[in-house]
Design a protein around this ligand. Structure first.
Ligand code: GLP
Length: 241
């Protein structure tokens, strides 16, 4: 695990450099895309670079990490809509090049299995972007997730629903109770993982992720087993190290 602690304002360009270097090497790279607030500055920077003609996603593919269950297909808070708004609509992916697990499927386990097959068929994920939840989750792998898990249905913790209420006008009751998420086993197979965490609220989870005992109690500790993980932090998130 490589750790970089830097100014929050520098994180967008630093991580965008990783993505740009990968796409320069492999224009048909497969990217793992995270939602949430952590990668937003990266996506802003990538959009700027694409607009400037400096890089292109035209040959690339993308897979999102997770999705709420039960939101309407056109709900702007679904992760499908969020990743479209924050990244896909602002860069030059080919139509249909970015897929997520289908939280509106009638048969959710079948949708999870189909999503895993799509990732495998694409050759696996070259670079997986990740945030960390205050519970230590990565994607929506809440505490007690198996390190061997694949994309599946999970129940969100009360803490995560409170944390994410800010995307639902502060209304915790409006936050879905269930989600689909790539498993820790799926994430560990990515060829490179880049984790972004900023702010003091993330410091306890970051401390466990980097220095804690590897345990399903803190799913982010699974990343200690990843052969190529880069962790990018601001000073506040790194305060417990
Ligand atoms: C969310 C998402 C994760 C995200 C994490 C951190 O609930 N399911 O994919 O990485 O929690 O979120 P944020 O970056 O908004 O702090």
């Amino acid at each position: 695990m490589e750790i970089i602690v830097t100014d929050a304002d520098a994180i967008g360009a630093l991580v965008a450099d990783e993505v740009e270097a990968l796409l320069a090497r492999r224009p048909d790279a497969v990217l793992g895309l995270a939602t949430g607030s952590s990668p937003l500055r990266v996506y802003d920077e990538l959009a700027t670079r694409v607009r400037a003609g400096r890089m292109s996603f035209a040959g690339a593919r993308g897979f999102t990490l997770d999705e709420y269950v039960g939101l309407a297909p056109d709900d702007p808070r679904s992760y499908r809509a969020v990743i479209h708004d924050e990244l896909v609509s602002r860069v030059d992916f080919a139509p249909g090049a970015v897929l997520g697990p289908d939280g509106g499927a009638r048969d959710l386990p079948a949708a999870c299995a189909a999503f895993e097959r799509e990732i495998q068929a694409a050759g696996g994920i070259d670079l997986q972007l990740l945030g960390v939840g205050t519970t230590g989750h990565i994607a929506f792998n809440e505490p007690a997730s198996s390190f061997a898990s694949r994309t599946r249905v999970k129940t969100l913790t009360a803490q995560t629903r409170r944390d994410n209420a800010r995307f639902f006008d502060g209304d915790v009751a409006a936050v879905p109770r269930h989600c689909l998420t790539q498993g820790l086993g799926t994430i560990l197979e990515s060829r490179q993982a880049v984790v972004i965490a900023t702010g003091a609220a993330k410091a306890p989870a970051v401390r466990e992720m980097v220095e804690g005992a590897v345990s399903a109690r803190w799913p982010c500790t699974a990343l200690q087993l990843h052969p190529n993980a880069l962790v990018v932090l601001d000073e506040e998130a790194a305060a417990g190290l």
